[in-house]
Write a new protein. Structure first.
Length: 361
């Protein structure tokens, strides 16, 4: 169990990263939740951090995350910085004695993930990872249907993420589609298949949205098959451009039935005319999952204040990363890759104990 937070009142929180997702989290911490108080913002773009702080009435702004971590008024830290900085920031926050909420991914290498898992375990501080779909009611209901036996034995699963557009392909780091996009789906497949773990993947990926950037390492379209320890087979897919909006869905099929979750439609209203039927769709993750983003931070604050373990922690993030890294290796080798914890092996005839190659961004 994590150490409980002394005293009462709102959880004094600092935010690292004032970009798009950080700005949404900042508004949640400052205005949408009564259980939190946003007291500091750090961003390498100090002007951006100051602008956000001014909008929300946040008293302190830092250009260096280290200064925020040294701030004695900050009890907990929300990390929404670029993904490649996450692990180091989590470790720094724990060393400073702060509870941590970190946007996914928690880490981008198996070594980083193991460091964070060990540090979190040793610190006994709350560490939660931002797998927000676990807090969306329809995905929670799907999990409950699978967990309570309503679906019988789980046979097939599916999870997909289709983003509405790719604005700047030249700025997308290598392997992002697995490490930052599909990592949501890998976590969701595990969430919807309770008690089972991924044992093998086969991944295909290409640059179909922005093919001119493939030579620079861009992969913007991917399909992954996953075999789980309970025999269930799963598919995860992603695209960086869905012209009709932001689309996130999941499905669990079992011997006793099926459950689905997620839809891109903005609401139930359908407009009919001589041109046909029209239904509006969601265009951003912060719209589709607005309530889930708020719920995950509320759950984090409750865990810190109550001394409880967060609902989704470092071990969950490590498991999802293990699948993502196995996918990277599968694409490199054009072959199925077996997954075991943070190690992966190719199929029959592979040298036992061969590790996933070190990721080179």
């Amino acid at each position: 169990m994590n150490r409980g937070r002394p005293g009462s009142g709102p959880l004094r929180t600092g935010l690292i990263g004032a970009g798009r997702m950080g700005s949404f989290h900042a508004a949640t911490l400052a205005t949408r939740l009564d259980c939190t108080e946003l007291v500091a913002i750090a961003d390498v773009d100090e002007e951006r951090a100051a602008s956000l702080a001014g909008d929300l009435g946040v008293p302190r702004v830092y250009a260096d995350a280290e200064d925020l971590l040294a701030d004695g008024q900050v009890e907990a830290v929300v990390i929404a910085a670029p993904a490649r900085a996450h692990a180091a920031l989590v470790l720094g926050a724990l060393e400073a004695g702060k509870a941590v909420f970190c946007e996914k991914p928690m880490a981008v290498t198996s070594e980083e993930a193991e460091q964070v898992v060990r540090a979190a375990r040793g610190s006994r501080l709350a560490v939660q990872v931002g797998f927000n779909r676990r807090f969306a009611p329809d995905f929670v209901a799907a999990r409950e249907a699978a967990a309570n036996g309503e679906l019988g034995s789980v046979h097939l699963l599916r999870s997909l993420t289709r983003d509405p557009g790719l604005a700047a392909p030249e700025r997308v780091p290598a392997w992002t589609i697995f490490l930052e996009t599909l990592i949501h789906d890998f976590d969701m497949l595990a969430f919807l298949n309770p008690g089972a773990s991924a044992v093998e993947v086969f991944a295909l990926a290409d640059a179909l949205v922005a093919p001119a950037y493939k030579e620079h390492g861009l992969l913007d379209t991917a399909m992954v098959t996953v075999r789980f320890s309970n025999g269930a087979l799963a598919v995860a897919e992603a695209s960086f451009r869905a012209v009709y909006g932001y689309d996130v869905r999941a499905e669990v099929f079992g011997s006793g039935g099926m459950v689905t979750a997620g839809a891109p439609q903005r609401g139930a209203a359908v407009r009919y005319s001589d041109a046909g039927a029209l239904q509006e769709t969601v265009r951003a993750d912060t719209e589709l999952f607005a309530d889930a983003y708020v719920a995950e931070l509320s759950a984090f604050a409750a865990a810190v204040q109550g001394g409880a373990a967060p609902a989704v922690g470092p071990a969950d993030a490590q498991a999802a990363l293990g699948i993502a890294l196995a996918c990277v290796e599968s694409v490199r080798r054009h072959a199925p890759v077996r997954v075991a914890g943070d190690r992966a092996f190719t199929g029959p005839g592979a040298a036992e104990g061969s590790e996933v190659m070190t990721l080179t961004p």
